[in-house]
Design a protein around this ligand. Structure first.
Ligand SMILES: NC(=O)c1ccc[n+]([C@@H]2O[C@H](COP(=O)([O-])OP(=O)(O)OC[C@H]3O[C@@H](n4cnc5c(N)ncnc54)[C@H](OP(=O)(O)O)[C@@H]3O)[C@@H](O)[C@H]2O)c1
Length: 293
């Protein structure tokens, strides 16, 4: 029986992973305050106590703007704790599956980003996530670092639910056209992650070790925030409740935020498909499934 340790069970991705990992083995799922990533040194004995065959880390400090003033906390959770986990996983000979972000890039690329494109995070969150990647690359033995982008679920107040709310409360919406990404359903990302782990379970951890590294795993295709909002509204199953009549294009400078956002961070996921024969569906199709579920 495979023993799976899932860290971050309450987050949007972690919640979905609890369900999708269950068929693969016995899942021990933890979250704050049972585990506290701001105290990285406490993680080693806690991880060892569960004797996992595989460790999945869905914990993260994800408040991009707040991170600008909580630098130490963001670095501890997204950076240092990942190094501790990588070392613990190595001692236990257990693969570590970790999630990272498109915000490690500066967004100035002309097309979609590949794994070996140069990183250059623009904000504290992106820097702290890159710190976590570097720690796993330095200390890990067997790992997957899965970079995803524009994650949403219907459980948390993410972009999709915000757009639906705005459309019901205001006649005009202004949405930026100069931020481009790969919208990703947390539910489908959790499903693909579990399917990839089923491949690993069948082929063995040596097979994974040969393929260890960074992979991009996000909704297929590219959208600007503007196109994403338009599509959310057109797929809204309760369109009759919308009072919005106009969506107006805007630019990021119209909405100053504490953290700078990168421009284009859409992700090319071909490497993951070559390794695991799996690919997320086009983001529009995933969104349709989420909104009509
Ligand atoms: N959200 C996005 O748009 C996005 C985009 C690209 C990549 N990603 C990456 O995808 C992964 C999953 O993101 P997500 O959106 O599912 O994140 P999320 O919803 O914010 O969940 C993060 C989880 O980490 C937990 N956590 C926070 N601080 C902790 C601490 N000190 N100790 C232990 N646990 C703590 C949270 O618990 P509480 O709820 O109790 O705080 C929550 O369960 C992350 O690696 C993230 O960087 C996200």
């Amino acid at each position: 029986m495979w023993k799976i340790l899932l860290l971050g069970k309450i987050g949007q991705l972690g919640f979905e992973l609890q369900r999708t990992l269950a068929p693969l083995g016995e899942v021990t799922a933890l979250d704050y305050p049972d585990i506290d990533f701001t105290k990285p040194e406490t993680l080693t004995p806690q991880v060892a106590a569960t004797k996992p065959n595989v460790i999945i880390n869905a914990v993260a400090y994800t408040d991009v703007d707040k991170a600008e003033t909580e630098i130490d906390i963001a670095n501890a959770i997204n950076g240092e704790a990942c190094g501790v986990l990588a070392k613990a996983a190595k001692q236990l000979n257990a693969p570590l599956i970790h999630f990272s972000t498109d915000f490690v890039f500066d967004g100035r690329n002309g097309g979609s980003y590949c794994e070996n494109d140069a990183v250059n995070p623009l904000n504290v969150y992106g820097k702290s996530k890159r710190m976590g990647e570097e720690a796993i690359l330095a200390f890990g033995k067997n790992y997957l670092i899965l970079r995803t982008s524009w994650l949403y679920s219907m459980r948390r107040e993410t972009y999709v639910l915000k757009v639906l709310r705005w459309a019901r409360t205001q006649p005009k919406m202004r949405v930026v056209t100069d931020q481009t990404g790969s919208p990703t359903s947390a539910r489908i990302l959790a499903e693909i992650t579990a399917q990839a782990l089923a491949v690993v379970k069948n082929r063995g951890s040596e097979w994974l070790e040969e393929r260890r590294g960074v992979y991009h795993l996000a909704g297929d295709g590219t959208a600007s925030r503007f196109e994403f909002a338009q599509t959310i509204l057109s797929l809204d199953p309760r369109r009759e409740e919308q009072i919005v009549t106009e969506i107006l294009p805007a630019i990021s400078d119209d909405f100053p935020t504490p953290a700078r956002r990168p421009g284009n961070t859409s992700l090319n996921c071909d490497k993951f498909e070559r390794a695991f024969s799996l690919r997320l569906p086009p983001w529009q199709e995933a969104l349709r499934l989420e909104l009509t579920a």
